[in-house]
Design a protein around this ligand. Structure first.
Ligand code: PMP
Length: 428
């Protein structure tokens, strides 16, 4: 008998399946607004100019090697990442109650945080997720044996935040629940609470002793301002909460995956793939789990346990992506350049929102579309229904997830009018 005989075939991942369908489509008008990766106005993947510079510096740095990294990652990296989200003058830093470990991008940060909570948080505690949320959240928590429940978030009638529903659910949840909050640029809705709404959320969280679990995948990418996108997290720190913050550098550094053959000045073409230099295939996936505790001693205890957890899971985090981030965050000139690159990306996305909105208005498309410009970040929750999404795919070769979410990065100055005309047709 074969043990593997019992293993059923799983359904393909919805988003990656959508991309495969898009790739197989030969219509020249096709548009992919499914996947959440940034594209420039020619719809090409974008390597940030500052990342190219950092690449060149790293390749020419003869002091670097391929030794193991520390279990928690390089301190210069984890500290810079933690300062980026908390602010260098955060009371948590002043009081020495911040620790961090490098993770495999944002997904790894979520996983490590969830695994730690399963081990150490109140037994049987549930994690509350926004309805809807990034599809992976439920899978990540369930994987480590934490049950999830949902709090209302999206209000279809206003195409905005269901604040009352959210506060009510947080109020009703058992005390000391884990509450997952998107730090900014909520995925998939693009709807963030206002400052006043965050205050109300913090009030209930405080009253119910809930644990804030911030997922921050879009800092600087949403508004174009690193500080503005960190506002909610910093506000919770100010209010005295202890918390986890999961940081991803996939979007804001354009470090999504693996870098194949480097195209760096004179190095191009000089590298022989048969030499077996492992540095040709560079693991990027840079993330960080930042922990804010109440005391300095707690912080050290938590770090020691996180290191034990990390050791059993990945032993040592990958070096390359974190070296790029480390270099940029710790160098004044590169950092300034990075903030400009962030403005280029967020600016293009904001411009696409405006162009789409204007075109829909011009076509007198039925319904209200202000949410397209009011929402923030990579995604927009259009309010399109599953049958409309289906027509868009079959008739217009436009690919998006069934829930009507679009990635603004899939639009460009060349296809936005066609996209608007297609929407205009399917909603009539
Ligand atoms: N959280 C959210 C809300 C996300 O949208 C993403 C990216 N899709 C992530 C975490 C993590 O992504 P990555 O592992 O690529 O950093």
């Amino acid at each position: 008998v074969s043990f593997f005989q019992e293993i059923p075939q799983a359904a393909p991942d919805a988003i990656f399946h959508l991309t495969a369908q898009y790739k197989a489509d030969t219509d020249p008008r096709k548009i992919n607004v499914g996947v959440g990766a940034y594209r420039d106005d020619s719809l090409k993947p974008y390597i940030l100019p500052v990342v190219k510079k950092a690449d060149a510096i790293l390749f020419n740095d003869e002091t670097l090697d391929h030794e193991y990294q520390p279990i928690a990652g390089q301190k210069s990296y984890t500290t810079a990442a933690a300062k980026l989200i908390l602010g260098a003058d955060s009371p948590a830093f002043v009081e020495d109650r911040v620790v961090a470990v490098q993770t495999i991008s944002g997904t790894g940060a979520n996983h490590t945080a969830a695994a730690f909570l399963k081990k150490y948080h109140k037994q049987g505690a549930i994690c509350l997720l926004s309805k809807p949320t990034w599809a992976n959240h439920k899978a990540i928590f369930n994987n480590v044996g934490i049950e999830v429940a949902e709090y209302p978030y999206w209000k279809p009638s206003t195409r905005g935040l269901d604040l009352e529903g959210m506060l009510g659910a947080l109020e009703k949840a058992p005390e000391q629940s884990i509450v997952l909050l998107h730090a900014c640029a909520h995925n998939p809705t693009g709807v963030d609470p206002t400052k006043e709404q965050w205050q109300q959320i913090a009030d209930v969280m405080d009253k119910k002793k809930h644990f804030p679990f911030f997922d921050c995948a879009y800092q600087g990418f949403a508004s174009g301002s690193l500080d503005q996108d960190a506002w909610a997290v910093r506000y919770f720190v100010q209010r005295g909460f202890e918390m986890f913050i999961c940081q991803s550098f996939a979007k804001n550094f354009g470090l999504y995956g693996m870098y194949g053959i480097p195209e760096i000045g004179s190095w191009t073409g000089m590298i022989n793939l048969t030499t077996g230099l492992s540095c040709l295939f560079l693991g990027e996936r840079a993330g960080n789990l930042t922990v804010v505790t109440r005391t300095a001693q707690q912080a050290q205890h938590v770090l020691s346990q996180l290191e034990i957890l990390q050791r059993s899971e990945i032993s040592n985090p990958p070096a390359y992506g974190s070296r790029i981030v480390d270099l940029v965050l710790n160098d004044k000139a590169l950092y300034t350049e990075w903030t400009e690159n962030l403005k280029t990306m967020s600016g293009r996305i904001i411009e696409m929102r405006e162009r789409l909105f204007e075109k829909l208005k011009q076509l007198e498309t039925p319904g209200t579309w202000n949410h397209i410009v009011d929402q923030i970040g990579m995604f927009s929750f259009t309010g399109l229904t599953a049958p409309q999404v289906k027509v868009l795919k079959e008739k217009y070769h436009i690919y998006m997830t069934e829930n009507g979410r679009i990635s603004m990065a899939g639009l460009s100055s060349k296809n936005v009018d066609y996209f608007a005309e297609a929407i205009n047709d399917v909603v009539r």
